[in-house]
Design a protein around this ligand. Structure first.
Ligand code: GMT
Length: 378
C-alpha cells in the first residue's frame, strides 16, 4: 500500500507512535509518506520506503495566525495525487482529521477517492476536544473519517461518552518494537556508570513535562527514596514544568542526584539503564513511556488512570496508585529497590507483557488489516 501519515512530529507520544508505525510499515514493504511540518524526530531520513513531505506555511503579514490546517490539507491533496496514495492515516484528531477531510473532498472533486483513518491518542479527546470551541469540529471530523482507531479501550469509551459518537471505533493499542527496546547485556554496567555507581539505584521518568505528567510528584517520590537508599534519577524530556521541577530538586537539596537530560532521540539506549520508572500522571490514555520501559525490563510505578490499567497489572508487572499518592509510591519504590528478587521478577513480567501483548509483530498486522478493510468498504 501507499500510505500517507500525518502527526505532530515533535516530542509527544502520538508522534512517536505515528513515526514508529511508519517505520514498521515501510519495513513490511509498504510505501510511507510523512506529511508534517518538520521531519518526525525519530526518522533519520535514510529509511527505505519512507518519504518526507514538509508542509510549508506562508506567513503573510495579514495573517495574525498562519493557516496551518489549510496548508496541510493542500499538501495532503498534492502528495495523494502525485504519489497515488491509497490511504491517509492521521494521528491526533485536531486539526489533522479536519485537514484530511478537506483533502479528501478536494480529491473527490477531481474524481479521486482517498479514504482517511483517524487515530485518537488522548489529549485530542480529553483536553482539546472537550474545549467547547473545538468540540463540534472534532466530532464532525471523527464522524466523517473513513476509519477511526483508538489506542486504548478507555479512550474509545471516553470518546463515545463525551462526544456522543455512535460510529464504530476500533481499538488498536500502542506498541513497542521489542528488538529495539530491549534490556542491555554486559555493556549495561559500563553505560550506567555515567549516571550512577553500582551501589546506587537508578530511577527514570520520561515525558513532555506538561502539567498532566505531574513531574513534581516524580521529584517528591524520588526525594523520599533518596532519603533512605543511595539513588539517582534520570529525567528525560522537556516542557513547561521543567524549571519548576529543577527548582523543587534544588529546594530539596537533591539536585546532584537528579540528571535532567532534556529531549533525547534514542530513549531505547537510556531506559534499560534504569531499575524503575516513575509515571505519576494525572491522566494517560495509554502510557507509551511505561510500555517502552517495560520492554527494556524496567517496571513502572504509575497511577491508576485512563488506559494505564490496560497495560499495568498492579503487583504483577508494575505498581498502580491513586493520583498524588506520593508516600505510597515512594514506599512501593523502596520495597522493590531493596528486594532484588521481587524487582527482577516484576521486570521479567513487564518485558513479557510487552512481548506478548504489545509487540509490533502483533499490532502492525492489525493496522494493515484495518487499512484493507477501510479501503475495501470506502
Ligand atoms: O501525553 C501527552 O501529553 C502527549 C500525547 C500525544 O498525543 O502526543 O500523549 C497521548 O498519546 C500517547 C500515545 O498514544 C499516549 O501514550 C498517552 O497516554 C497520551 N497522553 C494522555 O492521554 C495524557
Amino acid at each position: 500500500m501507499k500510505i500517507g501519515i500525518t502527526c505532530y512530529p515533535t516530542y509527544g507520544g502520538s508522534g512517536v507512535v505515528a513515526t514508529e508505525l511508519g517505520i514498521e510499515l515501510a519495513a513490511a514493504g509498504h510505501q510511507v509518506h510523512f506529511i508534517t511540518y518538520s521531519q518526525p524526530f525519530r526518522l533519520t531520513g535514510r529509511e527505505k520506503g519512507i518519504f518526507y513531505h514538509e508542509v510549508p506555511v506562508s506567513n503573510y503579514p495579514l495573517f495574525e495566525y498562519p493557516p496551518y490546517d489549510l496548508a496541510l490539507a493542500t499538501r495532503m491533496y498534492e502528495v495523494a495525487e502525485y504519489y497515488e496514495l491509497d490511504l491517509l492515516h492521521v494521528h491526533y484528531a485536531i486539526p489533522h482529521s479536519v485537514s484530511a477531510l478537506l483533502a479528501r473532498q478536494m480529491l473527490a472533486a477531481r474524481g479521486r477517492h482517498l479514504p482517511f483513518v483517524t487515530t485518537l491518542h488522548g489529549t485530542d479527546i480529553t483536553l482539546v476536544g472537550l474545549d467547547r470551541s473545538y468540540l463540534p469540529i472534532t466530532r464532525f471530523a471523527i464522524e466523517q473519517s473513513d476509519g477511526v482507531t483508538s489506542i486504548s479501550n478507555y479512550l474509545r469509551e471516553r470518546t463515545i461518552k463525551e462526544f456522543g459518537i455512535t460510529r464504530e471505533i476500533e481499538v488498536i493499542s500502542n506498541f513497542v518494537n521489542c528488538d529495539f527496546y530491549t534490556p542491555l547485556g554486559q555493556e549495561r554496567a559500563e553505560r550506567r556508570s555515567r549516571f550512577a555507581t553500582s551501589d546506587e539505584k537508578l530511577l527514570v521518568h520520561l515525558s513532555n513535562f506538561r502539567p498532566v505528567k505531574r513531574v513534581g510528584d516524580v521529584i517528591e517520590v524520588f526525594a523520599r527514596v533518596a532519603e533512605k537508599i543511595p539513588a539517582r534519577l534520570l529525567l528525560i524530556g522537556d516542557g513547561p514544568d521543567r524549571s519548576s521541577a529543577e527548582w523543587l530538586a534544588h529546594s530539596k537539596g537533591i539536585q546532584h542526584r537528579v540528571h535532567f537530560l532534556g529531549k533525547q532521540d534514542s530513549v531505547n539506549e537510556l531506559l534499560p539503564l534504569a531499575d524503575l520508572m516513575i509515571m505519576p500522571s494525572e491522566l494517560e490514555s495509554f502510557g507509551l513511556a511505561a510500555l517502552e520501559a517495560m520492554a527494556c525490563c524496567v517496571p513502572a510505578i504509575a497511577t491508576r488512570v485512563g488506559g494505564v490499567p490496560e497495560l499495568i497489572e498492579d503487583g504483577k508487572n508494575g505498581r498502580l496508585f491513586p493520583v498524588g499518592a506520593i508516600d505510597e509510591m515512594a514506599a512501593a519504590a523502596l520495597d522493590l529497590l531493596t528486594d532484588d528478587e521481587k524487582l527482577n521478577a516484576m521486570a521479567a513480567t513487564a518485558r513479557q507483557t510487552a512481548q506478548q501483548r504489545f509487540c509490533t509483530t502483533r499490532i502492525i498486522p492489525a493496522y494493515e488489516r484495518y487499512y484493507e478493510r477501510v479501503i475495501e468498504r470506502s
